[in-house]
Design a protein around this ligand. Structure first.
Ligand code: NAP
Ligand code: F7E
Length: 369
């Protein structure tokens, strides 16, 4: 039997780490691309390093030669192209870099496969996004909904989507997109809105932060659990024919609703008052020190030049053709999982901080040498 060999770009990211675990459990040989950094920041995959079927290689999405050489060396049967500058707000500040990685990077992966003559044996998954629907033209969005990208990130991802489709048709390659709606987890980057909220709720409950500053509270998202979504990436590549799929829960909530629920799980009941930049979230129930305090405020700093405000996916096709269950983790469970994790993390960080402080004191007093 031929061995399944997966190459994952973006292996150090939220999805890359869950996908690695998923594929290793299925018996795959997993290879991941990492890039050189002055600090070693591989927290999400540290527990996988050293496993015999897990291999890391230096390469970069902006460096064709590194990709061509690596694809030739690894001879993958499946490539999951997850690497991206994935933060929408950052794409307004670094649009050219975003295009280089998120648009041209996809082309580089496709050409690395062709250069190594693997186009008939290697299947390619492209991490497309609900941001393609942007300034939405219908609600909810499905595979037939027209795209209207509304940020430099989304425009770059639009190129990625179309170049994948083009190579599928021009060269008969098995390459396809998962159009994934927002998916979150306890491993989500700390500047995305959900993780920013769950960490702040935990820190405020522990008395380590005074207030959470957010942007548009009215923005609506279809939030799922990342662990459930990586299964879909794999299912898309196991499908008989190469096709694109919308992956979403089919349930929509606002940033305000996410905030309200996260704080409730942290033991704080909020009441929202006012509008726009003057809206606040005040503590009306919880610990005595917090009652009456304004714990959430709106700041213009987190508004975007153009914002996508009404994402809501229709996962009917994925359900019917891939047999995927879009609701295995509910919105309530997702928020609870993230808050529970962050409350434990804040507690552990606090203890570690106290240990460090005590140690510093002991060192100063000459108690510990
Ligand atoms: P993430 O946590 O931000 O991870 C991004 C990954 O890309 C990291 O491993 C990062 O490496 C890597 N990367 C960035 N630039 C690179 C470069 N020049 N060369 C090599 N690697 C590079 O993102 P995620 O949430 O896991 O998302 C995975 C993919 O799905 C992304 O393409 C994202 O755009 C897309 N997507 C995400 C969502 C979502 O809700 N999470 C929804 C739809 C689509 P470092 O660790 O070195 O920075
Ligand atoms: O913003 C609003 C913000 O940054 C969600 C990426 O994974 O999903 C992600 O992109 C919404 C936006 O994610 C804050 O304006 C309010 O409307 O968590 P986010 P995103 O932009 O949806 C898609 C599918 C991807 O493909 C991307 O890679 O929340 N919002 N206040 C805020 N957002 C942030 N970050 N911070 C705030 O303070």
């Amino acid at each position: 039997m031929n061995k399944n060999i997966a190459l994952i770009t973006g292996v150090t990211g939220q999805d890359g780490s869950y996908l690695s675990e998923f594929l290793l459990a299925k018996g795959y040989e997993v290879h991941g691309i990492i890039r050189r950094s002055s600090v070693d920041y591989r927290e999400r995959i540290a527990h996988l390093e050293g496993q015999p079927n897990f291999h890391l290689h230096y390469a970069d999405m902006t460096d064709s030669m590194s990709l061509v050489k690596l694809v030739g060396k690894v001879q993958p049967t499946e490539i999951y192209n997850l690497a991206a500058q994935s933060h929408v707000q950052v794409s307004f500040d670094a649009p050219e870099f975003t295009a280089d990685v998120d648009a041209t990077g996809v082309l580089r992966v496709l050409e690395a496969v062709r250069t190594n003559h693997l186009e008939k044996t290697c299947r390619i998954y492209q991490a497309s996004t609900s941001e393609l629907y942007g300034k939405v033209e219908e609600v909810p969005q499905n595979e037939k909904t027209p795209f209207h990208p509304y940020s430099p990130y989304a425009v770059a991802k639009l190129y990625g989507f179309w170049i994948i489709k083009e190579y599928r048709e021009a060269y008969d390659m098995f390459c396809c997109s998962g159009i994934l709606f927002n998916h979150e987890s306890e491993r989500r980057g700390e500047t995305f809105v959900t993780r920013k909220i769950t960490l702040a709720a935990a820190r405020i409950a522990a008395g380590l932060q005074d207030c959470l500053y957010l942007g548009n509270l009215d923005s609506l998202r279809d939030w799922g659990y990342a662990k459930d979504y990586v299964e879909c990436m794999w299912l898309i590549l196991q499908h008989e024919t190469p096709e694109d799929f919308v992956i979403a829960t089919g349930v929509q909530h606002s940033v305000r609703e996410f905030t309200d629920l996260a704080f409730r799980y942290a033991g704080i009941k909020l009441e929202f008052k006012g509008e726009g930049l003057h809206e606040t979230g005040v503590c009306v129930d919880g610990s005595a020190e917090l009652i009456g305090k304004t714990l959430v405020r709106v700041s213009e700093d987190f508004y975007r030049p153009t914002d996508v405000v009404n994402l809501w996916g229709d996962p009917t096709k994925a359900k019917a053709e891939l047999g995927w269950n879009p609701q295995s983790t509910s919105f309530e469970d997702l928020v609870r999982i993230m808050v529970t994790h962050d409350m434990a993390k804040v507690k552990a960080d606090k203890v570690a901080g106290e240990v460090r402080t005590n140690l510093a004191e002991y060192l100063e007093k000459g108690i510990v040498k």
